[in-house]
Design a protein around this ligand. Structure first.
Ligand code: ADE
Ligand code: ZN
Length: 327
């Protein structure tokens, strides 16, 4: 079987990665020591043992605890450099990276430390590894729209350092409509807009992300299969879905990877892509997602692999000339 080698070697874009979800347990403890932050886990092994998730919220509780070790600009830089080195090793030539500033500003970390650390990492990785990377500021949907507006205000002086905004965290009970005004303002500012929708939430949340937030991509979106009219719209308008198979497996969105609907999405003509979401927590970076998903779903073909790589570039916010060069 030559497909795993082909998948790994193929140039690709990664469009759904939370940089705080790339913090490996070893780096969490190294940063905790460096910064004098106490953790409710004795060590790396105990922390890893806690990675037994039953749903999205059970993961988020541990993910926010892990992020609490990030204090200084250098911490954000080191985290992003480590991810970009791993991604380059997976032949990722372009990454669009989510970050959750509210997780940090709520602990007294300055917005400048977050954005400048991440941005400098992207610039250095481009110079040293040739990987292209941009940043997407993601609002936490369990917080209020006023909090999102305050966050946007703090980011205003640094807006040239991000390509867009997203919406993440606890989905159920926090529909896209809650953020209609702040997303309208972000669009006025010329930012790209994406949103997590249909990870655990119903198809109505995907409709809301499209019609109310005017999302250009849907992050996850796997629940769309339960709504044939929505499937038609996503296909006809070529709205990309940034699918994260290992994440879906670990958060019990599907009972098992062999039950994942990636093949259905592709066969319906949707612009689906494969991504890692939170690779340090879900057991793999983007190439692990490709190889494990193709192993679990024998219906996926070499043509699907080629399609997924092409989709990742089509779905990206990179310049048209770059997309042509990568494809
Ligand atoms: N934040 C980090 N990973 C996430 C996910 N899979 N869904 C929602 N919010 C997240
Ligand atoms: Zn995500």
């Amino acid at each position: 079987e030559r497909l795993p080698g082909l998948l790994a070697a193929s140039p690709k874009a990664e469009l759904h990665i939370h940089i705080e979800g790339s913090l490996e347990p070893e780096m969490i403890f190294a940063l905790a020591r460096r910064n004098g932050v106490a953790l409710p886990y004795a060590g790396v092994e105990e922390l890893r043992r806690a990675y037994a998730f039953t749903d999205l919220q059970s993961f988020l509780d541990i993910y926010y605890a892990g992020a609490s070790v990030l204090l200084h600009e250098q911490d954000f830089y080191d985290m992003a450099r480590a991810y970009l080195a791993r991604a380059a090793g997976d032949n990722v030539v372009h990454a669009e990276i989510f970050f959750d500033p509210q997780t940090h500003t709520a602990r007294g970390v300055a917005m400048e430390a977050v954005i400048n650390g991440l941005y400098r990492a992207c610039a250095d990785a481009r110079a040293e590894q040739g990987i292209s990377a941009s940043l997407i500021l993601s609002f936490l949907r369990h917080l209020s729209e006023d909090d999102a507006f305050a966050t946007l205000e703090q980011a205003m002086p640094l807006l040239d350092r991000i390509v867009g905004v997203g919406l993440d965290s606890s989905e159920l009970g926090h529909p896209p409509e809650k953020f209609a005004r702040v997303f309208a303002r972000c669009r006025e500012l010329g930012l790209h807009v994406v949103a997590h929708a249909g990870e655990e939430g119903p198809p109505a949340y995907i409709w809301g992300a499209l019609d109310v937030l005017k999302a250009e991509r849907i992050d996850h979106g796997v629940q769309a299969v339960h709504d044939p009219a929505l499937m038609l719209r996503l296909a006809q308008e070529r709205i990309p879905l940034t699918v994260c198979p290992l994440s879906n497996q670990k958060l019990c969105v599907f009972p098992d990877l062999s039950r994942h609907n990636l093949k259905q999405l592709l066969d319906a003509g949707l612009v689906a892509t494969v991504n890692s979401d939170d690779p340090a927590y879900f057991g793999g970076y983007v190439n692990d997602n490709f190889t494990q998903t193709f192993a679990a779903l024998p219906a996926l073909t070499a043509r699907d692999a080629w399609q997924l790589a092409g989709n990742s570039f089509e779905a990206s916010f990179a310049a048209a000339a770059d997309k042509r060069a990568w494809q």
